[in-house]
Write a protein that binds this ligand. Structure first.
Ligand SMILES: [Zn+2]
Length: 64
């Protein structure tokens, strides 16, 4: 069974999340998507503080 797609997805998520962390550290709620160069955003749920982020161009979406 070929599981290489899982590694690829994890790599993309890791890249995206590291860009999100940098943006959060700078206090910016939008950043450039490291995967496609599009407009990416992030936010935290007020109720539980969970991180949710995504890109408007390549449609990657991550809920931590
Ligand atoms: Zn993107």
């Amino acid at each position: 069974m070929n599981e290489s797609w899982k590694e690829e997805v994890t790599d993309r998520m890791f890249l995206f999340l590291s860009a999100q962390k940098k943006a959060e550290n700078r206090g910016q709620e939008e950043f450039t998507c490291p995967l496609c160069g599009g407009e990416a955003w992030w936010g935290r749920a007020p109720s539980n503080g969970h991180l949710h982020c995504g890109c408007r161009k390549c449609k990657i979406s991550i809920m931590e």
